[in-house]
Design a protein around this ligand. Structure first.
Ligand code: KIV
Length: 269
């Protein structure tokens, strides 16, 4: 029997049960204190591998190592109590075989304390998703624009612009649903296709640059706070933190140079 005070977080089955009901709210978060703020408002928080680009200045997510995901995952779990925490499996940690995927997913779950992992890919990843779910690892799928495959896709391209390609995306969504994923991210996908997939499958769709008809929405926190130098068209910017930080840093630098800081209130007499 544990002596720890139990933390009652949203569970994967609870997220699945939200299909077709109240919209599911999600944001990314990479550190404890922002996660603590998001926790009061989100159903699940994603520790996305976008942290490689957003926090570590990488060009793509391809170079993100698993240890970095685990470090940030631990911080987000520590900072939260209510939301389900989902951690991305980075490129190269799950594609080779279901067994490799299991070893890495189990490591992420055990070392971070998160409740689920997310991985990119549709039909091609279905066997791996089934293997993980059957062995106790909840999986969120991710189809459409899959940034880890940006080299193959020729960049970050909106998916489904040609109607002939829809069948493949629909088959991807069906395959990961049948394999046991508890929810699925639809990224960078034309809106009628995302709406169609949402109607076709039994698990919730979480849109990012997809459709308002998805069962939920997710954004990268730094993008919606106005902290990212460039944000994609699908981001609505709700804050202006970049400008606020700049103004605060400038005010501090000006005061130090003018010998106004520290002032009377900040020194020990
Ligand atoms: O890594 C990430 O932030 C993501 C979201 C864009 C869904 O996968």
């Amino acid at each position: 029997m544990s002596t720890q005070k139990p933390v009652r977080r949203k569970t994967c089955p609870q997220i699945t049960a939200m299909k077709g009901g109240d919209p599911i709210v999600s944001l990314t978060s990479y550190h404890a204190h922002t996660a603590q703020i998001v926790d009061g408002h989100a159903d699940f928080i994603l520790v996305g591998d976008s942290l490689g680009m957003v926090m570590h200045g990488m060009e793509t997510t391809v170079g993100v190592p698993i240890d970095l995901m685990i470090m940030h995952g631990k911080a987000v779990v520590r900072g939260t109590q209510q939301a389900l925490i989902v951690v991305d499996m980075p490129f190269g940690t799950y594609e080779e075989s279901p067994e490799v995927a299991f070893r890495n997913a189990a490591r992420i779950l055990k070392e971070t304390g998160c409740g689920a992992v997310k991985l990119e890919g549709g039909a091609r990843m279905a066997d791996t998703i089934r293997f993980l779910v059957q062995r106790g690892i909840p999986v969120m799928a991710h189809i459409g624009l899959t940034p880890q495959s940006s080299h193959v896709m020729g960049g970050f391209k909106t998916q489904g612009r040609e109607e002939e390609s829809w069948a493949e995306h629909e088959a991807d969504a069906r395959a990961v649903t049948d394999a046991g994923a508890f929810a699925i991210v639809l990224e960078g996908m034309v809106e009628p296709l995302a709406a169609k997939i949402t109607k076709q499958i039994e698990i919730p769709t979480i849109g990012i640059g997809a459709s308002a008809d998805c069962d939920g929405q997710i954004l990268v926190l730094e993008d919606m706070l106005g902290l990212s130098p460039r944000a994609p068209k699908f981001v609505k910017v709700y804050g202006d933190l970049g400008a606020q930080i700049e103004a605060s840093v400038k005010a501090y630098a000006d005061e130090v140079r003018a010998r106004q800081f520290p002032g009377e209130a900040q020194v020990y007499r």
